[in-house]
Design a protein around this ligand. Structure first.
Ligand code: ZN
Ligand code: ZN
Length: 458
């Protein structure tokens, strides 16, 4: 599947309502996606066509202002009233937290009719959430093909030190100017590819949750993010070299992957346990007042680790009655487990425990899950295995593109990496491979072999 194919899939989606076999109607809020060189020139037309008449607020940081913000302001100047809201002082990069959201939100209340985000992950999420809070539409001019959140219906924001994904309406339009994206730092482009490569891990988690817990799952949404992943995986080398065709394919894939989350109504099609590893890294570093690495780069390494855990889980025998009894008996009481977590998670503990309690099964529920697995072991793996990719193959793809494959390359110590792997399970109520491993009573014993197999500590 090449760029033209991805484009036609995107064209078939934007602004449409799709009646799906999953039983839901998927409504695609985003009305227009423009991917071409010089696409910034299209901004005035999009404003005219999709925004109400009135004053616009353009949000950027000093870096994205230089990359595209000034060009956007110039294009708007002759026809529209637009103000630039600059986040973060020179050299200071804004963080996706409540303070920044509030700053954009309060500014938007001052008579604006729509917002324009000029940036990548953080700026897009800040504007998406602030616009949602005041009920205004927004559009985005992408400045890097670095992650797949542009078109998603969530914003990843820190609330009380815990990184949360909050629901927020996707942009009305997206402009991906290939001149701007090709000029972005190479590490951002390869991070975007790495973010997409988490699909096998996230889909497997999502499918497992649907099979074991009966949660909602949609094949169509999973397939959309799968198309994006497969197309970009095949061109990993071209993407890594920053070639224009490679970057075009990548940003189309990222936008498609984001849409798959938007129409699924959750980040599940593209975010599972591997993203929780990334969130733990983010939160730890935020608390220490140190920068973390790029989201996509972290998610890529997380994927190597969760793919390895999935491989180990395939060696576990079907849980028979004696084993089920053994797992339940060996289980630590909730108070003891929580006391240990309070100590281990430190500043993340309180908010994490609230999340973890929402999914921690009581003994009866654990028995139900294990009995279901006992009775459906073959069917379970028949459904999940085709979604998975081997950790070694994923690593090859990342290496082909020149993306990081070790924690050292992105500045994390082995201790921080192991802690992120161990703690990922507790920071979000979402059911992932970590919960499956814990339910099967093997998570603890698989920590060291999974890390070794992933080779991220080399
Ligand atoms: Zn569906
Ligand atoms: Zn991601």
């Amino acid at each position: 599947m090449r760029l033209d194919d991805l484009r036609s899939v995107l064209d078939g989606l934007v602004g449409k309502t799709i009646r799906c076999d999953c039983g839901r109607s998927h409504n695609v809020h985003t009305r227009s996606v423009t991917i071409e060189p010089g696409a910034v020139a299209r901004v005035p037309d999009l404003v005219e066509r999709y925004f109400p008449q009135g004053k616009l607020l353009v949000v950027a940081d000093p870096n994205t202002q230089a990359a595209a913000g000034n060009a956007v302001m110039d294009r708007l100047a002759s026809k529209f009233q637009a103000d630039l809201h600059l986040l973060g002082a020179e050299g200071d990069i804004p963080v996706g937290d409540e303070t920044y959201v509030a700053a954009v939100r309060e500014r938007l209340k001052q008579g604006y009719v729509a917002a324009l985000a000029v940036g990548s992950g953080t700026i897009n999420d800040l504007v998406k959430l602030a616009a949602e809070q005041v009920g205004l539409p927004y559009g985005v001019v992408c400045t890097a093909a670095s992650m797949n959140g542009y078109t998603s219906s969530i914003a990843a924001i820190y609330v009380d030190m815990l990184k949360r994904t909050l629901p927020a309406t996707p942009p009305v339009w997206v402009v991906a100017d290939l001149d701007v994206l090709s000029a972005a730092p190479q590490e951002m482009t390869v991070a975007g590819l790495a973010d997409l490569m988490s699909k096998p891990s996230s889909s497997s988690d999502w499918r497992s949750a649907s099979l074991i817990l009966g949660e909602y799952y949609c094949d169509y949404c999973a397939d959309l993010s799968g198309m994006a992943e497969a197309a970009c995986r095949a061109e990993a080398q071209a993407i890594g070299k920053g070639k224009a065709e490679g970057v075009a394919l990548l940003v189309a894939g990222l936008i498609l992957s984001g849409l798959s989350m938007a129409i699924a109504g959750s980040s599940s099609p593209a975010s599972g346990g591997e993203h929780l590893i990334s969130h733990v890294w983010d939160m730890r570093r935020l608390h220490e007042g140190k920068p973390h690495a790029l989201h996509g780069a972290q998610a890529g390494l997380g994927t190597l680790m969760t793919a390895s855990l999935w491989e180990l889980l395939q060696t576990v025998p079907r849980p028979e009655e004696a084993r089920i009894q053994e797992i339940i008996t060996a289980r630590r009481p909730q108070e003891e487990e929580e006391a240990d977590l309070m100590e281990r998670l430190g500043p993340l503990a309180e908010a994490s425990l609230a999340e973890y309690r929402r999914k921690r099964p009581d003994d009866q529920e654990l028995r139900r899950r294990l009995e279901w697995l006992r009775d459906n072991w073959g069917e379970f793996w028949a459904a999940v295995k085709p979604l998975l990719r081997k950790s070694s193959e994923l690593r090859d793809t990342l290496e082909e593109a020149g993306a990081p494959v070790t924690a050292r390359e992105i500045g994390f110590t082995p201790e921080e990496t192991e802690a992120a792997f161990r703690d990922a399970r507790y920071v979000r109520s979402r059911y992932t491979v970590f919960d499956l491993a814990a339910d099967l009573g093997v998570l603890e014993e698989f920590v060291a072999p999974a890390l070794e197999r992933s080779r991220v500590l080399e």
